[in-house]
Design a protein around this ligand. Structure first.
Ligand SMILES: [Zn+2]
Length: 406
């Protein structure tokens, strides 16, 4: 498929140019400058850029959007979220993940990192919808007894890892406060032996206190780690973390909404730590719009220093850095890279004047894209979802809402 005759933004550091892009078997075969007459899809008036990658969410929580507002973290979790989660069924997890992907694809996201339960059904929903994912089973233990969760995560790995080069499986120890040290060591050892990443909630709340050095020595330093939140990550370790395969997943909305604070992203970036962006689940955001998340990330750092986060840094965090954290060759539109891209309609007033498009994407764009492609297939195109029966999905979601909340 050859598409284009439009602007193309190859990556965060380049400027858009007029050209075409050829896709074959899910991979970008060619990116060329200039107009061509023999193409399959004319995208005049639009711009193609790399898809975005959301490095921390709990996709099925799209079903829990807006059910708990204006509460302390403890009340939010124990009185509102957990009672509903206890009622979730496998089928609900499936449709909740379809719903989350519909929202993410509509806002230019091509892949995400997930941590939840019944992940088998998250996998099925991703298989059917078409996004990329790094799946992890949320792992907690009580004095070493994890109720079979690690085995479940392993089964998930053997069944799904590498599926269509879209679905990958890592391990998801929930946090150092819900996992014992010996259990964390077991999880890190397992991840290391399979050469897969780990994702964990780290230093989210100011009350969390544990020794990062100890965590690193339990095995975190030996595996690719996607650490969500890191609002209170101790600064004395920044220098050490920059040399590891350690990726912060910055979740600014969730951190603000649950009163957890503002992560010192400017200092992390200056230290050379790799920073990506995540939305967290829709129960604490409440949106899965990564463009919005990127802008908020930037504004929060600029509050005392307008130079704190450049437009290019913002774009890098949600494209190449996010993809690298997930371990996939996406985030850049170049020959040999995954055909994971979004098309943005430039006729919105937010894109005038037309000269500084990258600035508009970060600071003016609503996030609603024209189309999103993953692995060479459209998963969202001009208001519709080519891979699913939207009418049926909405019917199921209404049925689920009744079952969950009435
Ligand atoms: Zn989370």
């Amino acid at each position: 498929m050859i598409l284009g005759n439009c602007l193309i933004l190859k990556d965060f550091s380049s400027e858009p140019f007029f050209g075409v892009l050829e896709v074959e078997n899910g991979i970008i075969k060619r990116v060329s400058h200039g107009r061509e007459s023999n193409i399959d899809l004319d995208l005049s008036g639009k711009m193609i850029m790399p898809a975005l990658f959301n490095t921390h969410t709990h996709a099925p929580m799209a079903l829990l959007r807006g059910i708990a507002e204006d509460l302390t973290f403890e009340d939010w979790l124990f009185s509102k979220i957990l009672p509903v989660e206890e009622r979730l069924t496998e089928k609900m997890i499936y449709y909740g993940t379809i719903l989350a992907q519909m929202e993410m694809a509509r806002h230019g996201t091509g892949g995400f990192v997930d941590m939840y339960f019944y992940e088998e059904w998250v996998a099925k929903a991703v298989r059917d919808f078409g996004m990329r994912v790094l799946l992890t089973r949320g792992l907690v233990d009580n004095q070493g007894d994890d109720g079979g969760r690690l085995d479940e995560n392993l089964k998930l790995y053997h069944k799904w890892n590498g599926f269509e080069n879209r679905i990958f499986v890592g391990f998801g120890p929930h946090s150092p406060y819900l996992c014992s040290k010996s259990y964390l060591k077991r999880v890190f050892d397992t991840a290391k032996s399979l050469n897969v990443p780990v994702t964990i909630h780290l230093y989210e709340n100011p009350k969390e206190s544990y020794d990062l050095k100890e965590l690193l020595n339990l095995g975190m330093k030996d595996v690719r780690t996607i650490a969500a939140h890191c609002v209170h990550l101790p600064e004395q370790y920044f220098n050490e973390l920059k040399d590891l395969a350690f990726f912060v997943s910055h979740n600014p909305t969730s951190n603000l909404k649950l009163g957890n604070g503002i992560a010192p992203i400017k200092k992390m970036l200056e230290s050379g730590i790799k920073v990506t962006v995540g939305t967290d689940g829709a129960a604490s955001n409440n949106s899965l719009n990564l463009f919005f998340e990127m802008r908020l990330a930037s504004l929060l750092q600029k509050v005392s220093d307008p130079r704190a986060m450049s437009v290019e840094t913002c774009l890098r965090m949600v494209t190449t850095e996010g993809a690298e954290a997930m371990g996939i060759k996406s985030g850049r539109l170049e020959e040999g890279w995954n055909a994971d891209l979004v098309v943005i309609d430039l006729k919105s007033p937010s894109f005038f004047p037309e000269k500084h498009l990258k600035n508009h994407i970060v600071h003016a764009f609503s996030g609603e894209v024209f189309a999103t492609m993953v692995s060479g297939k459209w998963i969202y195109y001009d208001g519709s979802y080519p891979t699913i029966d939207e009418h049926e999905v909405v019917k199921e979601l209404r049925r689920i809402e009744k079952e969950l909340y009435s």
